[in-house]
Write a protein of this length. Structure first.
Length: 475
């Protein structure tokens, strides 16, 4: 049982000023695995005061000191590999192989990639008539969701620390323990007192308190559009800068010359990885009309190769949804697809056979649904895909862009001209051609309602800086 009911403020673990706690559950067993503090406004005020007091000195640290700090954090992160993996399996239900290869690795890569970006980052620019200097933004409030317990917060922490800013952060209440471990990592790495402060608690109290706090200069938020919009409104009151990483409904465009097995595997792994709980995953697939039946046959043949079940089993591909609420939401969308007369290619409502305990869904794909319906347009955050056919590339691009979102896009096929054409014309922040591996030095973020701003690498550092122009600076 993890009982972590203290807050980390000014370099120390201290008791909350409130008595309330929030229980945390394992979504695979439905059992309670621990509790955290349901923090108070007082806790938040103390954390912000500590971050404010630490800011002047931390902002003056050198590039070399901050690179060393990020490298120390990466080293301490590596030392706790097993603990981090176990915690994420328990609190999120993330399968062992995915947790090791993706969840754990992404968190690590952000500290390394940001240290590398910092080595060559231009903090000043000498122009003919002016001198431009980029200053740390000040105190940043970081709010993160549950779907990648170390990735989401690591990119924000790395960028903030690289810029010379200090932070107060609040992880999601479903998955707080990886963040608590990350805070121990910050401490062990020698992050100075007050530079990183953790306040656990409810979104409505601590999250809302961060976006309303007069002494926080910048809020970097990852989560739902609904809460992102609320944060923008709160921030507007005192003209606080906000960066928002929100949802998606990303398209996969398949070219005529694509290999059908690759297409089917791309489709299944997009919706089943992390149980479909990935903001940038491909959830709408556009297939040439003539390929539809062979795609359906291939998906039906391959789905059994993606086992759903116990996240601790190394053969499991897909674990449970994070919570009962999320499971019910997914079930509701699948029922809507059935009610609307969609062709159920695989999956359906209910739990997979033999899994009675745990919030397990079935890998589900629908064909023959309308482009403007809920399943084609709304973010489900579960293993559900809608399959559409097209006749021309231009039609596929237009359909791919028919969404309020613009976080990511995918293209599968061979013809270089068509790969280029689709990739360049999808209106989204990150396009992946033929499952190319990720690049942690390149920007991540969304067009349209998928967000404002960018994270990762040098673009991530940039978010935490204020450019200042000095005219007439003595040479
Ligand atoms: P969420 O409900 O918006 O929660 C995200 C965070 O905001 C949590 O820490 C939550 O705290 C907090 N929060 C809740 N209400 C708040 C309020 N009124 N003011 C400030 N903070 C508040 O989102 P989620 O369900 O955890 O995450 C899923 C969403 O995140 C999806 O839409 C997904 O696409 C998006 N996402 C986007 C990216 C990206 O990079 N673009 C990455 C991952 C996820 P509690 O946990 O205590 O409620």
């Amino acid at each position: 049982m993890y009982n972590y009911t203290k807050q980390y403020i000014n370099g120390e673990w201290i008791a909350s000023t409130g008595e309330e706690t929030i229980d945390v559950y394992n979504p695979a067993t439905e059992e309670k695995i621990g509790a955290i503090s349901s923090g108070t406004e007082d806790d938040l005020n103390k954390a912000v005061a500590a971050a404010r007091a630490a800011f002047p000195d931390y902002a003056q640290t050198t590039r070399e000191e901050r690179i060393q700090l990020l490298e120390n954090i990466a080293t301490e992160y590596e030392k706790r590999k097993d603990k981090l993996i176990n915690i994420m399996i328990e609190e999120l239900g993330s399968p062992l192989s995915f947790t090791e290869e993706v969840q754990y690795t992404m968190g690590y890569n952000h500290f390394k990639a940001t240290a590398d970006a910092l080595r060559n980052f231009e903090f000043t620019e000498d122009r003919e008539n002016s001198f431009i200097q980029k200053d740390a933004i000040g105190v940043a409030g970081l709010i993160t969701p549950w779907n990648f317990p170390t990735n989401q917060i690591s990119t924000k922490l790395a960028s903030a620390l690289a810029s010379g800013s200090t932070v107060v952060f609040k992880p999601a209440s479903y998955t707080p323990f990886a963040s608590i471990l990350l805070t121990e990592i910050m401490d062990a790495a020698g992050v100075p007192k007050g530079v990183v402060n953790l306040v656990n608690g409810k979104g409505s109290t601590i999250g809302n308190g961060i976006s309303n706090h007069p002494d926080i200069d910048f809020v970097s938020f990852t989560g739902s559009g609904k809460v992102g919009s609320q944060i923008m409104q709160n921030g507007a009151k005192d003209i606080k800068k906000v960066a928002l990483e929100l949802g998606g409904k990303s398209p996969i465009v398949v070219l005529e010359d694509a290999d059908v097995e690759t297409v089917a595997r791309t489709a299944i792994s997009n919706i089943a990885s992390n149980t479909g709980q990935i903001c940038s995953t491909g959830t709408r697939i556009f297939i040439p009309k003539g390929m539809y039946q062979s795609f359906v046959d291939m998906v039906q043949k391959l789905v059994p190769e993606y086992p759903v079940g116990d996240p601790k089993d190394e053969n499991t591909f897909m674990g449970p949804q994070v919570s009962k609420d999320q499971w019910e939401k997914v079930q509701d969308y699948i029922q809507q697809g059935i009610d609307q007369g969609g062709d159920l290619i695989v999956g359906g409502t209910g739990k997979p056979e033999g899994l009675t305990t745990g919030y397990y869904s079935r890998i589900t794909m629908f064909g023959n649904l309308p482009h403007d319906g809920a399943l084609a347009q709304e973010e489900i955050f579960g293993p559900v895909m809608t399959v559409f056919t097209y006749e021309t590339i231009n039609e596929a691009i237009a359909l791919a862009n028919t969404t309020i979102y613009g976080l990511a896009g995918y293209v599968v096929g061979n013809d270089p001209d068509n790969l280029r054409k689709v990739a360049k014309n999808i209106r989204a922040g990150r396009i992946t051609i033929n499952n190319t591996a990720s690049d942690f030095s390149a920007p991540f973020g969304g067009f349209k309602q998928s967000g404002i701003g960018r994270e990762w690498g040098d673009y991530g550092i940039e978010e935490f800086l204020e450019p200042k122009t000095i005219l007439g600076l003595p040479k």
